[in-house]
Design a protein around this ligand. Structure first.
Ligand code: HEM
Length: 256
């Protein structure tokens, strides 16, 4: 019985007279983990773009994540813990999503031909989601591993040195595009799948939902790219003092 459930959850084909509920449950879990990750990204990109408001703002925000308001001087361990929790959710989400990948090259080719012939925009969206998800497998893992193991190296200078002097900016650019597209398409598909905004006129609302999500995606891409440029500029100006930590304004005043 259990084996039949497992086979069905992986292949989507039932070997039993009665359909199992496992695929539906796995689908729900995939939606929930996806929603948690998308919400995390919505806030993360805004917080991380605080660099656009200046080095001091980004520094203060980093200290909030290190719980400076509870522990004097803050502690980077809380950032490691958060990164670890996000990593676990990400692995679980990716594992659940693997069921939906085309499971052979032939199946993939058939899917591409089908997409081209139909030019159905929601099928194209599914392709964007699956390829950006594949990229995220690697890119998000690299980023999260660094955040888990070097949480003390987050700040206006440390982050900019990593992005400019450690040449991490190409990785961040790819990560930004992949995650924004993946989260945008993911949220759209979630809304469609669970009929969240169907209302009286599902067709009209579908078009409206798509428009709003497109605007949000473009907004996030723009602020993400501008903050990346800002980190690059700070990193470039700071290259001669690579590794030196940022000293907040208050401490600078006390020193003088
Ligand atoms: C708790 C976990 C995380 C922490 C603490 C964290 C922290 C940071 C920090 C400090 C930066 C600035 C650059 C740097 O210092 O290296 C950054 C950039 C970025 N992070 Fe994360 N991150 C986390 C999880 C994620 C995840 C799961 C994703 C996506 C899957 C992600 C996507 C990005 C992107 C795209 C950028 C660059 C944004 C831009 O272009 O301005 N982060 N992150």
């Amino acid at each position: 019985m259990l084996n039949a459930d497992i086979i069905e959850s992986i292949t989507g084909k039932t070997t039993k007279k009665h359909k199992s509920r496992i695929p539906a449950k796995l689908d729900l879990l995939q939606s929930i983990t996806g929603l948690i990750l998308a919400l995390f990204i919505v806030f993360h990109i805004i917080f991380e773009s605080s660099i656009l408001l200046g080095k001091e703002t980004m520094y203060k925000l980093t200290m909030i994540f290190e719980l400076e308001f509870i522990i004097e001087g803050g502690s980077p361990i809380f950032i490691s813990i958060l990164a670890f929790v996000i990593f676990i959710i990400l692995i679980f989400h990716a594992f659940l999503a693997m069921r939906k990948f085309p499971n052979s090259y032939r199946e993939y080719l058939r899917f591409r031909t089908h997409t081209k012939l139909m030019n159905h925009s929601d099928t194209n969206l599914w392709f964007i989601q699956i390829s950006s998800g594949f990229m995220l497998f690697f890119l998000a893992s690299i980023h999260l591993y660094i955040m888990m193991t070097q949480p003390q190296n987050i700040g206006p200078f440390a982050s900019s040195d990593r992005i400019y002097s450690d040449v991490m900016w190409p990785m961040y650019l790819m990560l930004l595009v992949s995650v924004v597209l993946h989260a945008g398409v993911g949220i759209y598909r979630l809304i469609m799948k669970w009929g969240i905004f169907d209302g009286e006129n599902p067709r009209k609302n579908r078009v409206k939902t798509k428009k709003i999500i497109q605007i949000v995606v473009v907004f996030y891409l723009i602020i993400g790219i501008f903050s990346l440029i800002s980190y690059m500029k700070i990193g470039y100006d700071h290259r001669a003092n690579y590794g030196e930590k940022y000293i907040p304004q208050m401490e600078l005043k006390n020193e003088n």
